[in-house]
Design a protein around this ligand. Structure first.
Ligand code: SF4
Length: 328
């Protein structure tokens, strides 16, 4: 069984309305299913507002799912509450986008790491200090820096501390939500390489969330492409980037200049992402899709396997086999 198995996940946010009217909801994540194996990196990519971060928050239970199951190592964490949930958190940790905002400015790095170790391990004080030194070394920081405070570090160093904190409980699953998007381009690669090295050593499952397909391609074994709350394509990273099977994936790839040759002529996205408050009927992408037909406006395509390990929620791809977007 997969390390992480997400089935039919829904995340809703209540909308404000008049007190006498029926409660309405924004459906941020709508019937999403996927898996992450031990030692595997799955990239989750899509434009901002597509529901990626809502999935991340649901996985670490910062949001309560409206429906569906989230099974980590055979435990459905969507059903856990209170003490049982606190105990289970040891197994899944998150690296946040903003390395400064996610660290308590009043706590030294030593106190930050000690808090996690005291909560999730049985180590005594001396053993915890030893473990903190090891963690600092693992993320490429000098253990002499433990007494310092977050503001005394650069953005890249703070993200390394965020990673050390996430790994302190030796999680089975790490969820990295846009971990490099707040960092200078010059330090992004070093953080990605660090995550890859650490995963090789510890074999945790990694869900790597980003809006930049070039970053996701570099680190992922498999990629999930998300659009307006749903997964529209799922495939091995190299295959998806060589030949996307959804026009939205093709458009995201076209936006990466170095990949332009691989997808034929440039496929530009027209229009804006529709609001999830009033999603279009049929295929949610039809208003921006160069291949849309009348059927696309009426029916919503399900995510189907159309080649081994290649899933697409697109009628065009399902009917025409391998999708050669941009070359027609
Ligand atoms: Fe475009 Fe139709 Fe495929 Fe949707 S189902 S992506 S509108 S071709």
């Amino acid at each position: 069984m997969a390390l992480l198995e997400v089935k039919n996940l829904k995340v809703d946010y209540p909308l404000r309305g008049a007190f006498w009217s029926k409660q309405k909801f924004l459906h941020a994540v709508d019937d999403v299913s996927f898996t992450v194996e031990r030692g595997e990196t799955v990239g989750l990519v899509g434009e901002s507002g597509c529901g990626k971060s809502s999935i991340a928050k649901a996985l670490v239970r910062l949001e309560n799912p409206a429906a569906g199951s989230i099974t980590i190592d055979n435990v459905n964490i969507a059903d856990l509450h209170g003490k049982a949930l606190r105990k289970a958190r040891k197994d899944f940790q998150m690296v946040f986008q903003d390395p400064y905002g996610s660290l308590n400015p009043r706590l030294s790095i030593q106190s930050t790491l000690d808090e996690v170790l005291a909560l999730h391990t049985n180590l005594n004080k001396t053993e915890r200090l030893q473990r903190m030194k090891e963690l600092m070394q693992m993320v490429g920081l000098d253990s002499q820096l433990l007494p310092r405070y977050p503001h005394q570090f650069s953005g890249g160093q703070r993200q390394r501390i965020g990673i050390a904190r996430a790994l302190a409980s030796e999680p089975k699953l790490l969820i990295a939500d846009e971990p490099v998007s707040a960092l200078d381009v010059s330090v992004q690669a070093s953080i990605i390489n660090l995550l890859q090295e650490l995963q090789k050593q510890s074999q945790f499952g990694l869900l790597f969330i980003a809006h930049d397909l070039a970053v996701v391609e570099h680190i992922s074994d498999r990629i999930l492409v998300m659009y307006l709350g749903r997964i529209v394509e799922s495939a091995p990273a190299d295959e998806l980037c060589a030949l996307p099977l959804h026009p939205y994936s093709a458009a995201l790839l076209s936006a990466v200049p170095t990949l332009e040759k691989r997808v034929g002529k440039r496929l530009k996205l027209s229009g804006d992402v529709p609001t999830p408050l009033a999603p279009p009927c049929g295929c949610a992408f039809h208003e921006r899709c160069a291949f849309a037909t009348e059927r696309c406006k009426r029916e919503r395509p399900a995510l189907r396997e159309i080649a081994p390990r290649r899933f697409s929620a697109c009628f065009h791809a399902q009917e025409n086999g391998l999708f050669t977007c941009g070359k027609e």
